[in-house]
Design a protein around this ligand. Structure first.
Ligand code: COA
Ligand code: AMP
Length: 636
């Protein structure tokens, strides 16, 4: 068996040989001309000249190889009390008809199709159907409100939108159609058609001439075949929070993505085809794209799609029920889910009630895995608990303990070592702006030397310049992850914090700058600061401090309530402020920059140094008082 070290070194020294070998596990219509096309740095393309179809690789090829009767997808929905199983053949056939449905609506290769759906099987089918005909899907997380959806519609300009009548949050029905209608009304780019899954618990009104009933169209549609596309053609766009109100459209290509995901299933997660792999996330996030839909299916696994929560559907034993009932071997979720379970079942009694003897490993990502949660999971589950680090942009893990290669000793607080393909460095900018590498143990910017491996973003949707400026310009020759951290003497990566305004709330990625834009739009707010303060369940939670316009004499409590409502209404409940607190003034530097970091440190009860450039230090105790009065000052 090759060691991690050998594999890692080979991936960096002979990347073309390494990835060409991995690409043999994918079926190509036309083989590539160049494994790595590096003729236009800093833009690199993998498998240039190659042609393939991602849906063929995820579904049809398994059927063609006689595995059509194996289960591809198990939909487990405690919120509707249903479990449905789809064989590879069934999933292929439904996908082919939905692909036909899209062709019937005029969708052509390269057209965008926006998917705004809850965790129903049709969401996965929709993604695969787009891939089948070379259309580019853009899934928008169902928890985003109409305005966020409108922003994404305007950027992607979809010809068709696929949606459902409602989602279910524990026991609450969330009608999706009014949000979709409001988003389309707000957006400048109007789709030609919407196709809606009518769920029995809540029907949606259809707009004549524009909206269609999904089932009716699917039943009438002829199945469509897979169309080969260029390896470098976009498979999907996934919007993620940037530092402004305009989200970044992360592009994923077809060839590199398929190769990287298949490689990761075996080598990182250590699963074999035919085994059951479960990721408890949402198809609206990158984790859902890569490891509910594409990764497990391309690898020929059975993937579980779960419409439920870690707690409350019906209790903190829900995950263990799913693992036992569906024979899940490897499971992936966010640390926040484990914190929620631990809070309700601290002794893990509900775990002991289940037979988890065939369950092999738990992977955690999406936010920092705090050591107490990891330790607890290790104790109650008695399987390896693997923290691994990645981002929407990277599409698959940058740092992990690669169980399929060699299981390395775990260090709590570290995601272990760089995954083969990722040349991770810790950098700081020197006086002339060039990148200097820091020695082991020193904290700096976590960066990846270019070229990035297959599967990572090649660019942002129709925004090459923004791609370069956002990720490649701070340290020329490197991809800036916007995470800060260190690599220790043993080569272990420790991810500490973001270097930008992104916060992680229950493993949902949010931009405080974007929330501030919404808060500042309240007519009574003169200025504001939103920061992510520590939260025992969600890791971080956004908290807003507001300064009111001169002359506003309405009760602060009313304005605070309106601001909180505004954020939920404009961005979505997932971005809901923990509190909005009116203060007299905000601390700033002499040049007028609001000292958000200092206020966050005060709120979290951390030691902080008084910034040398602070304009009026007397404001800091005022902020501490306001936070204390509102009950949001952590004790030191
Ligand atoms: N559609 C509509 N609303 C949604 C939603 C969706 N898909 N997802 C979340 N929301 C709503 C919730 O209902 C909640 O609304 P409320 O404030 O009116 O009650 C709000 O957004 C906040 O949701 P959330 O942050 O999920 O908090 P919660 O208290 O409902 O649940 C956890 C807490 C820990 C159970 C939950 O956050 C969780 O399961 N986290 C894991 C997340 C995850 O897997 N992320 C993927 C990355 S790997
Ligand atoms: P997202 O793009 O939503 O997947 O969020 C990516 C960000 O989440 C990263 O840049 C990190 O800040 C954080 N993150 C993800 N996984 C980890 C991890 N294992 N440890 C620490 N932070 C993580």
């Amino acid at each position: 068996m090759t060691s991690y070290a050998e594999t890692y070194v080979r991936s960096l020294h002979k990347p073309e040989e390494f990835w060409a070998e991995a690409a043999e596990a994918i079926e190509w219509e036309t083989r590539w001309e160049r494994v790595l096309d590096d003729r236009r740095p800093p833009f690199y393309r993998w498998f240039a000249g190659g042609r393939l179809n991602t849906c063929w690789n995820a579904l049809d090829r398994h059927v063609a190889k006689g595995r059509g009767e194996r289960i591809a997808l198990i939909w487990d929905s405690p919120v509707t009390q249903q479990v449905r199983r789809f064989t590879y053949r069934e999933l292929r056939d439904r996908t082919a008809r939905v692909a036909g449905l899209l062709l019937g609506l005029g969708v052509k290769p390269g057209d965008r199709v926006l998917i705004y759906m809850p965790m129903v099987p049709e969401a996965a089918i929709a993604m695969l159907a787009c891939a089948r005909i070379g259309a580019v899907h853009s899934v928008v997380f169902g928890g985003f409100a109409a305005h966020e959806l409108a922003t994404r519609i305007d950027d992607a300009r979809p010809r068709v939108i696929l949606s459902a009548s409602c989602g279910i949050e524990t026991s609450r029905i969330i009608p999706y159609k009014p949000l979709l209608d409001a988003a389309i009304a707000e957006a400048r780019a109007k789709p030609e058609a919407c196709v809606v899954v009518q769920r029995p618990m809540c029907g949606a009104d259809l707009v004549p001439g524009r909206d269609h009933d999904w089932q009716e169209l699917e039943d009438a549609a002829p199945p469509a075949d897979c169309v080969a596309v260029a390896a470098t053609d976009p498979l999907y766009i996934l919007y993620t929070s940037g530092t402004t109100g305009v989200p970044k459209g992360v592009v994923r290509d077809n060839g590199g993505h398929a190769v990287a995901l298949q490689w990761s299933m075996r080598n990182i997660y250590g699963v074999a085809p035919d085994e059951v792999f479960w990721t408890a996330s949402d198809v609206g996030w990158v984790v859902g794209h890569s490891y509910i839909v594409y990764g497990p299916l391309i690898h020929g696994c059975t993937s579980v799609m779960y419409e439920g929560k870690p707690v409350g559907t019906p209790d903190a034993g829900a995950f263990w029920r799913v693992i036992e009932e569906h024979d899940v071997r490897v499971f992936f979720t966010a640390p926040t889910a484990f914190r929620a379970i631990k809070r309700e079942d601290p002794e893990g009694k509900l775990i002991r009630a289940r037979d988890l003897s065939r369950f092999r490993a738990l992977f955690l990502a999406g936010e920092r895995a705090d050591p107490p949660t990891v330790q607890w999971a290790e104790e109650v589950l008695k399987v390896p608990v693997i923290d691994h680090w990645w981002q929407t942009e990277t599409g698959w893990p940058i740092g992990a303990n690669c169980l399929g290669i060699e299981r390395l000793p775990v260090k709590h607080g570290s995601c272990t070592k760089p995954v083969p393909g990722w040349d991770v460095r810790v950098l700081e900018a020197d006086s002339i702006g060039a990148a200097t590498e820091l020695p082991p143990g020193q904290i700096g910017a976590l960066a990846v030397k270019l070229p990035l491996p297959p599967g990572a973003l090649p660019t942002l949707w129709q925004a090459d310049e923004r791609f370069v400026q956002s990720y490649l310009s701070a340290y020329p020759g490197y991809y800036q992850t916007a995470d800060a951290g260190l690599i220790d003497r043993d080569g272990y990566i420790h991810v500490m914090t973001r270097t930008d305004d992104i916060i992680n709330v229950a493993a949902h990625r949010l931009s405080t700058g974007e929330i501030e834009e919404v808060v500042a739009a309240h007519p009574d707010v003169a200025e504001c600061a939103v920061m992510g303060i520590a939260d025992p369940l969600k890791g971080q939670a956004p908290l807003g401090l507001l300064v009111l316009k001169a002359g506003v004499n309405r009760p602060p409590g009313a304005i605070e309530g309106e601001v909180m409502q505004l954020v939920r209404q404009k961005i979505g409940a997932i971005a809901g402020l923990k509190a909005a607190i009116v203060v007299e003034r905000l601390p700033k530097t002499r040049s007028g920059k609001i000292l958000r970091g200092t206020m966050r440190a005060i709120a979290d009860g951390e030691e902080y140094r008084l910034p040398a450039t602070i304009d009026d230090p007397a404001i800091l105790p005022e902020i501490a008082d306001a936070l204390a009065r509102a009950g949001y000052l952590a004790k030191r």
